[in-house]
Design a protein around this ligand. Sequence first.
Ligand SMILES: [Zn+2]
Ligand SMILES: [Zn+2]
Length: 288
Amino acid sequence: MPAVREAAGKTKVADIDWPTWRAVDRATLTFVLQGTRVLLIRKKRGLGAGKVNGPGGRLEPGEEAIDCAVREVEEELGITPLGLEYRGENLFQFVDGYSIHVYAFTASRYRGELRETEEATPLWTDLDSIPYDEMWEDDRLWLPHSLGGLTPQGRYIFDGDRMLDWELEVDGKLYVLRALAEADGPLSARELWSRLSGTGVGLATVYRALQRGVEEGMLESVELLGGGARYEPKDREHHHYFLCSTCDHAFDLYGCVDGLESLVPDGFRLTGHEVVLLGTCDACGDAA
Ligand SMILES: [Zn+2]
Ligand SMILES: [Zn+2]
């Protein structure tokens, strides 16, 4: 395997030709979710023994990743994970030449009785207190995205269990669509970005996701009184806006104005209207 020999000793992600790179091993990690908890393990043997991780292991010859994911959880914890979803993949090159390609999954439920085995001790963990200090160094980079329903794609260089370099691509579109669906009005890219703080999604990713959302017909860009582009889901029913002159946030107003046709001179044809009300919002009014 020439790619394996070529990648040995490399210490930078950029030094490796990833399209031709092939891992020595392929493996899975599976995270069973239950409410606000995730099922982790303390690994008792094998690669990463002693560390906290998700249950998982190497693919057998000819095995599909998703079948491996189910089998490994069964072997390590005695339960069968159900409702599996693909949550991205991570490529690891070790300087000694070893390499592994890991597929991540989440499971929404499971069947059977959870138990400790010779391989693993189960650890139900709150999603906001995942012990990253006791885990592989890369986990804190990508796992929050996988648990948030995204499919991060990572590349890492390790020397033993020390991470030397990494590169991670995260598709922020899901975060962006979710935040816009929950918003009380159209959001600018910067407003969106600040609402996504803590997710690791950067401003450039937000811009890219917005552009793609518009191109794919899921989002609409609105400009209110020359205030720059704001974005909203395209499937919203007919509505107008209240623009706060203090915080510059635009709020959706549902309902419409009667009698606009009577304002239109003879011979003119009305084809649409936009209404923007100006003032201060509840929060800004209180602060004044
Ligand atoms: Zn305001
Ligand atoms: Zn209207």
